[in-house]
Ligand binder design. Structure first.
Ligand code: PMP
Length: 482
C-alpha cells in the first residue's frame, strides 16, 4: 500500500481502524484456553509497540546496503553514512532540537540515555537532582549516588504535586543542578507540564532532562529555542515505543554540556588521536558514541518518525484520546475496578491512554493472565518499574514492604504488590476497547473458565492443564503460521 498517500487521505476523526494496516501484528490470531483462536488485542503499548509495516519494508530494502559508517570509502559505507547523519537530523527535528546548539546521541534506549547523562554531568554529593515520585526507575536509579536525589510527590488523585515542586525549589535552591522529570507517566498516563517545570528550573540555573519514553510516541515535543525559559535541555526516548523495535534510542540535547565531559564509554570512534600516554577525545557527539552504533536501528527510528510526521502527531493524539475516553468511561462503570491516577474521561488533554488499575480481591497477575489465556488480550501486570509510585497507590507501609521483601529474598515473589496496565497504541480500535471492557467486566464479577495456579518464583498465574504452544509460530522448527 501507499502509506504516505493513505495517511494523508484518511478522514480526520474517522481513523479508528485506519491505522491497522500500518502496524504489523495488529490483527493476527492467538490461541485461548477454550481452544478457539481469536484476533489478539494488543494493549501493552506502553511497554513496547509493534513495528510499522513501512519501517519493516524499508529495513528489508536497506539491509543489503548495510555497511559500517564514517571513514569507509566504499559506496555502501558512504550511503549509510549519509543516511545515518540524515537520520540524526530527522530525530532532532522531531523534538524541535536546535541544529547548531543541540546534538543527537544515538543510544540503545531511554535507560542508556539517562545513564549516559547521569554519568557525564559532573555532579557531586552536595548537588541536588530534583525528580518526582512518578518516575520510571530509569529516571531515578541512574541519578542515585551521583548527587542527592529529591522527589516531588503526588496529589491524592495521582497527579504531580506542583506546589510540592515549588517547595522543593525553595528548599534546595541553588544546589539543584538537574531537574529530571518524565514527560508522561508510564503508570498514570499523566502528561506533565514540562515547559512550566523547565521555566522554574531554569530560574535556578538547573539543567532540565525530560524522560520522553512515553511522551514521544503520543504528543508533539518541542524543545523550544535555547533562550526560551521553557526550553528543554535534554530529551531522551526509545524507538521501540514508537513502532520501531530495533534496539535504538536517542538523546537530543545541548552540545555545550558534553564539550568538557569524559566519554560515557571509551573506545573506538571517540577519539582524534591516541598515544600510549595520552588521548585527544573527539568533539561531541562522536565522543559519546563508542564502538559501532546500531546503524539500521537509527535508520528505522527515522523511518518511524517520518511516518508519525506524515500521520501528524495531532491526529495520533486525537485517535488515542477518543479510545481513552471510551476506555475510562467503561472502566469506571465496572464495580470493583479502581484506577491508579486520574480517571476522568472528560479530562484528557493532559493524559495518555495508559491506564493502571486494580480489581478488588483479585491478584493483578491473575487478572492479566485471564485476559491473555481466555480472551487473547495482551496487557501487563506488576509495578512497571515504578515501585515507589505503585507502593504509594497501594498504601504499602514499611512493615508490609519488609514482609514481602523478606519473602522475595527467600525466592517467593507471589505477593509483590502491583497493578494491571492497559495501554493504547496507534493500531487499537474501538472494537479492541469494547472487547477489553467486556472481558474486564466478567473478570471483576469473578467469572472465568480456567483453574489458575500461581508460580512461587515468578508470581505468574497459569491455567491448570494448559499452556501456550509456540511450536507453530515463526522461528520454531516446525510448520510456519501462528
Ligand atoms: N521511562 C519511561 C517513562 C518508560 O515508560 C520506560 C519504559 N517502560 C523507560 C523510561 C525505559 O525505557 P527503555 O526500556 O526503552 O530504556
Amino acid at each position: 500500500m501507499d502509506t504516505e498517500k493513505d495517511a494523508r487521505q484518511a478522514p480526520s476523526g474517522k481513523s479508528e481502524t485506519f491505522f491497522i494496516p500500518e502496524v504489523l501484528g495488529a490483527d493476527h490470531r492467538v490461541p485461548t484456553l477454550s481452544g478457539e483462536w481469536v484476533r489478539q488485542i494488543f494493549m501493552d503499548n506502553a511497554a513496547s509497540t509493534k513495528p510499522f509495516r513501512a519501517v519493516s519494508t524499508f529495513l528489508r530494502d536497506m539491509e543489503g546496503y548495510y555497511s559500517n559508517i564514517h571513514r569507509g570509502t566504499g559506496f555502501d559505507s558512504l550511503l549509510c553514512t549519509e543516511r545515518y547523519e540524515e537520520a540524526r537530523e530527522i530525530v532532532s527535528r522531531f523534538v524541535g532540537g536546535d541544529p547548531e546548539r543541540d546534538i543527537v546521541i544515538p543510544v540503545r534506549n531511554t535507560t542508556e540515555g539517562l545513564n549516559l547523562l547521569a554519568m557525564t554531568f559532573a555532579l557531586s554529593p552536595d548537588d541536588v537532582v530534583l525528580t518526582t515520585i512518578l518516575e520510571h526507575h530509569s529516571n531515578d536509579l541512574p541519578w542515585r549516588g551521583k548527587a542527592h536525589v529529591a522527589y516531588v510527590g503526588r496529589l491524592p488523585d495521582g497527579r504531580l504535586d506542583m506546589q510540592g515542586f515549588e517547595r522543593s525549589l525553595a528548599e534546595f535552591g541553588s544546589r539543584i543542578r538537574v531537574v529530571a522529570v518524565t514527560g508522561a507517566s508510564n503508570v498514570t498516563g499523566e502528561v506533565l507540564p514540562i515547559h512550566e517545570i523547565a521555566s522554574r528550573a531554569h530560574q535556578h540555573d538547573a539543567r532540565v532532562v525530560i524522560d520522553a519514553a512515553q511522551l514521544a510516541p503520543h504528543r508533539r515535543i518541542d524543545m523550544r529555542p535555547h533562550d526560551d525559559p521553557g526550553h528543554l535541555d535534554f530529551v531522551v526516548f526509545s524507538a521501540h515505543k514508537m513502532n520501531s523495535p530495533y534496539g535504538e534510542g536517542a538523546i537530543v540535547g545541548r552540545r555545550d554540556a558534553f564539550a568538557g565531559a569524559a566519554p560515557y564509554l571509551q573506545g573506538g570512534g571517540t577519539v582524534y588521536s591516541v598515544s600510549l600516554d595520552h588521548v585527544i577525545w573527539a568533539d561531541p557527539p562522536d565522543r559519546q558514541e563508542a564502538g559501532t552504533p546500531n546503524i539500521l536501528g537509527l535508520f528505522a527510528l527515522a523511518a518511524a518518525i517520518n511516518l508519525y510526521e506524515r500521520i501528524g502527531m495531532d491526529r495520533v493524539a486525537e485517535h488515542e484520546r477518543s479510545l481513552t475516553r471510551r476506555l475510562l468511561e467503561g472502566m469506571r462503570g465496572i464495580p470493583g475496578v479502581w484506577i491508579m491516577g486520574p480517571g476522568d474521561p472528560t479530562d484528557l488533554e493532559d493524559r495518555l491512554g495508559v491506564v493502571t488499575f486494580a480489581v478488588d480481591g483479585l491478584h493483578h497477575n491473575l487478572v492479566a493472565s485471564v485476559l491473555s489465556y481466555e480472551y487473547g488480550i495482551s496487557v501487563r501486570a506488576g509495578c512497571f518499574c515504578a515501585h515507589p509510585l505503585i507502593k504509594s497507590f497501594l498504601d504499602v507501609d514499611k512493615e508490609r514492604e519488609k514482609a514481602f521483601e523478606d519473602r522475595i529474598r527467600g525466592g517467593d515473589r507471589r505477593d509483590i504488590p502491583g497493578g494491571v496496565r492497559v495501554s493504547i497504541g496507534l493500531h487499537n480500535t474501538d472494537e479492541d476497547v469494547g472487547r477489553f471492557l467486556e472481558a474486564l467486566r466478567a473478570i471483576a464479577a469473578k467469572e472465568w473458565r480456567g483453574t489458575y495456579h500461581q508460580k512461587f518464583i515468578t508470581g505468574e498465574f497459569v491455567p491448570e492443564g494448559f499452556s501456550f504452544s509456540f511450536r507453530a509460530c515463526p522461528g520454531f522448527p516446525s510448520e510456519p503460521g501462528c
